[in-house]
Write a protein that binds this ligand. Structure first.
Ligand code: HEM
Length: 377
């Protein structure tokens, strides 16, 4: 195992503990990466002004730079520093934080009623981004399409992507851009109206960052829902507890996102010579930031390797920290809560499921199938 393959290893947590024991911020000569594994190092890196989200020499990955997906990528707040991050973030984050969880629940439940498929895969992947699309004013049918296109777009963000996926991502981006331009012409959702007004000074970043909301939702929320399902499959007593008392779904999700996060790591690129916790880093150095390891640091959470529903003062960096901290955290938890609740009410037969992690260098996203190998209920 290494710090990258750890993301999809069956149990990377003892390995993360061994990395922390070597020091919170160490250099891996084989991977040629700095590894931040302790909570202190992870927070120091994510809050450091000179630790940037993209390398200065390659603001957009070469593989997509010349196409529509690259054009969008280059404008995402997630992939920028300075005004290109601050301006869209200031316009978008407040609206996300004000979304009513009851509205989210109603949207998730409406999807369960109107869409008769019972597979876990669409609940986990298509559902969350569809909800965000509906909040941005798309009709239920369009939202489904928008979510599928988002799946094609996010496939280009991984270095593991194949040429056919890159081509599909460019085509999907063009369609998403067109659909959003139509929506913006007659914005009838309060969230979209608010974002359009607040981002009027920076119109070029509007459509890319609306697509960004969908792409940030797609895999990360699938990871949270999937890892919660996995926790319930592994522990039948926990499952019985949660089915008997659905109010336990909130603490369940809070602990799952800490204990076994869907986003295991992120990266930073050093923009100027920096001293971090006694280590000297040079411009161009790359840091692998192990969010999942920080959550298990005993200095962040006592008894970090115990799964405790009633954990007091739970602390987690699964949604990042510092200037790029996730603005969609509350929304993600609301979507996952409503999805899990609706699934559990249908008495799922999850014991028949097999699963494997989706190939990824940073996501820990279980994909389920039933024992015959088909998508699972
Ligand atoms: C369980 C689901 C989610 C997880 C675990 C998650 C996690 C994260 C993390 C770790 C970051 C920071 C990355 C970094 O600093 O390198 C981030 C950023 C971001 N997330 Fe989320 N996220 C989730 C869902 C969402 C949702 C539902 C939305 C919006 C609808 C969203 C929107 C964003 C945006 C726009 C950023 C970039 C913020 C910036 O760069 O200023 N996320 N997310």
């Amino acid at each position: 195992m290494d710090p990258i393959t750890a993301a999809t290893h069956p149990d990377p947590y003892p390995y993360y503990a061994s990395l922390r024991a070597q020091g919170g911020l160490t250099f891996d000569p084989h991977l040629k990466l700095w590894i931040a594994s302790s909570a202190e190092a992870v927070c120091a890196v994510l809050r450091h002004a000179d630790c940037h989200v993209r390398p200065a020499h390659e603001p957009v990955p070469k593989a997509i730079a010349d196409g529509p997906a690259g054009r969008v990528f280059g404008r995402l707040m997630r992939m920028n520093e300075g005004e290109r991050q601050r301006c869209p973030r200031a316009a978008i984050a407040p609206g996300l934080q004000d979304i009513d969880p009851q509205q989210v629940e109603a949207l998730v439940r409406a999807r369960f009623i109107t869409e008769d498929d019972v597979d876990l895969h669409p609940r986990q992947f298509i559902g969350p981004a569809s909800v965000v699309a509906t909040l941005l004013g798309f009709s239920p049918t369009q939202s489904h399409l928008v979510s599928e296109l988002t799946g094609d777009f996010v496939a280009c963000l991984s270095p593991l992507s194949q040429t056919t996926q890159l081509d599909a991502a460019h085509r999907a981006t063009e369609q998403l851009e067109m659909l959003f331009r139509e929506r913006i012409d007659t914005p009838d959702s309060p969230l979209l109206k608010r974002i359009c007004q607040d981002l009027a000074t920076d119109p070029d970043s509007l459509v890319p960052n609306l697509i960004g909301l969908l792409s940030q939702t797609y895999e990360a929320t699938a990871g949270l829902i999937g890892n919660a399902v996995l926790a319930l499959i592994r522990d039948p007593a926990l499952r019985r507890t949660v089915i008997a008392a659905p109010k336990q779904i909130s603490p369940l999700l809070a602990e799952v996102q800490r204990f076994d996060p869907g986003v295991q790591n992120t990266r930073r690129f050093v923009a100027a010579p920096s001293e971090i916790l006694g280590a000297t880093l040079n411009s161009g150095d790359v840091i692998l930031v192990l969010l999942a390891s920080a959550n298990r640091d005993p200095r962040l959470n006592p008894q970090p390797d115990d799964f405790l529903l009633d954990r007091s003062n739970r602390r987690s960096v699964s949604f990042g920290t510092g200037r790029h901290e996730c603005p969609g955290q509350t929304l993600a938890l609301s979507i996952a809560h409503a999805t899990l609740e609706a699934m559990l009410e249908r008495e799922p037969r999850w014991d028949r499921l097999t699963w494997s992690y989706r190939p990824s260098i940073n996501g820990r996203i279980p994909m389920f199938s039933d024992q015959s190998g088909t998508q699972a209920p």
